[in-house]
Design a protein around this ligand. Sequence first.
Ligand code: ADP
Ligand code: ZN
Length: 519
Amino acid sequence: MTSEAPIRSQNPADYLKRYYGYDVFRPMQEDIIQSILGGRDTVVLMPTGGGKSVCFQIPALMLPGVTIVVSPLIALMKDQVGALHMNGISAAYINSTQHSREQRDIEEDALSGKLKLLYVSPEKLLTESFLHFLKRIKISLFAIDEAHCISSWGHDFRPEYTQLNILKEQFPDIPTIALTATADKLTRQDISQRLGMDDPAVFVASFNRTNLSLQVLPGQNRIQQIFKLLQQKPDTSGIIYCLSRKSTESLAAKLQEKGFNAAFYHAGMDPTDRSRTQEAFLRDDVRIMCATIAFGMGIDKSNVRWVIHYNMPKNIEGFYQEIGRAGRDGAAAQTVLFYSFADVATYKEMLAENSPANLGLQLAKLERMQQYADAHTCRRQILLSYFSEELSEPCGNCDVCRDPRVTFDGTILAQKALSAIVRTHERVPMNLLIDILRGSRSQQVLQGGFDQIKTYGAGRDLRFEDWRNYLHQLINIGVIEVAYDQHYALRRGILADQVLYGNRRIDLVRPDDAPKAVV
Ligand code: ADP
Ligand code: ZN
């Protein structure tokens, strides 16, 4: 810790300069800080690397009392507290791996007003004794990090997070800030509701990382393709994400054989090996990291120039988070996804075996990921529409934009689909909607009385499979949305009204105009 005296300014920018050494705030940071200082509950969605930490750390410094930070991973907590100490900020973490003596010392520091930030795991926080301790100290703010863990709609649900509503019940006057890098619309609503927030201010930073190029390659001969890709980028750092621990090891071995500077990383290694490998990557001693998704959480390395997915991730949230580790310095970085239908089948088998409670949801998320890989339209538009953000023009920095597929005016087709969706009150899932559009006389159609609506049979000229493909495209560009919470019914997406009532033209690709991708 530094010996300099703390400052007493009312201006957040002074704290940014004094403790972090930065001259200007990034977009939204200052508004978020002001919202908190005004005592308002606040939800923050910002991509990885966007700069979420200062959003609660600066209010913690400015407000009297201690900010309690709830964080799910002990390793992450340690790193954050270490970084705060380096910046001269008084912070600590408390968890069940510490001796009771150590825990008591930290509690003393909190009681005496020495600490500005105290990190704690949700398990620890929810214990009777810790809640009792919280009653005795002056709390300025609750910060819930990785807040998507609270939602069963999210991709990383943690049951203990759901009990965090206790905080609002027991400390109704203390503002709460919830932060996450990944949350679709449903998860966002869930976060504020489950935390019992009162009319929160919601800040959604753009998820558009324009410096990341996006590319999908066919999943055949992956190793040969990787060799070629890496030969084009000597002396750069990058991560290759693999599905299994075993494949991280075998891929690293193959790369080493070819003379590449590669290592592997997964959660099955012992902790010393893990941190040694991670350190080597941070120092550029190792350039290529073959890793499972265990690698990267909380790693702040700015010059990762590329991320390759050896296997397709399970969902877009995970994918987005992993590619987000590239190009944090803002310079151009490349991302490549290898896609084969076999990977999808493997996931489906795994899901079927484990049959989790939210099986349907996980399958639907998998399907969205697959649609990204299969897409004929700008991939960035798909990613952003997943996070309910509209990109008005194709990006120019994905493989589809660089090698455009031939398109046709699909506006009328989109209108037919939307009109059927509206007339069925946004209650029917895809297959039934297609039956309705194609004028099927199936039992489900007749029983629902769907043969009576105006758009019944309006799309009988197209094959069932073609409709499926077009609907996927319409979902991808944000014309239609899947209601995960309403039995996967299709409903109007963010662009729907413009298509129905404006004169927005929608371009589609014929299903058999398959993409060709080679290195
Ligand atoms: P997140 O938690 O959103 O992934 P961090 O809070 O770790 O991101 O911030 C990412 C990086 O950006 C860190 O190195 C941080 O110091 C830096 N950073 C944050 N705010 C600013 C700023 N206003 N100006 C410059 N760099 C910043
Ligand atoms: Zn694009």
